[in-house]
Write a protein that binds this ligand. Structure first.
Ligand SMILES: [Zn+2]
Length: 129
């Protein structure tokens, strides 16, 4: 419970700025039957809402830049990510996957990929509606 009007104002501003994000697991035979991808899915369940919040209010130019950078990183380092050796430097692919899915969540109907569904707006057939 806020103790002052200033705190109430901060709470109101936070509520106005809050991004509605719905992210859930969905059946995906490739993910369901592979421990690596199942763990990636679990990580994405946490990372995608953060990426959605980070991209909220971003300009079209910034969104395009994130899409291009994510696609480039995934295309060039996904194999290293999937077969990473102990002690090897992080590839950034997991963050890129989260950003890419967050971008897809902005589309009508959201996105379903890698065993998760993510969307920002209620839509027909969504369990989050
Ligand atoms: Zn949805």
């Amino acid at each position: 419970m806020p103790e002052s009007n200033e705190e109430e104002l901060v709470d109101d501003e936070l509520k106005k700025a809050a991004v509605r994000v719905y992210v859930t697991c969905v059946p995906d035979p490739m993910v369901d039957n592979d421990d690596f991808w199942d763990n990636v899915r679990l990580a994405l369940l946490g990372l995608v809402p953060l990426s959605c919040a980070e991209l909220a209010g971003a300009s079209e130019g910034r969104l395009r830049q994130v899409a291009d950078e994510s696609a480039d990183l995934i295309a060039h380092k996904a194999d290293v990510f999937q077969y990473q050796k102990a002690g090897q430097k992080s590839t950034g692919v997991l963050s890129a996957l989260a950003a890419a899915i967050a971008l897809g969540a902005r589309q009508d109907g959201g996105i379903t990929h890698l065993g998760i569904h993510a969307c920002l707006e209620p839509h027909e057939g969504c369990r989050g509606s």
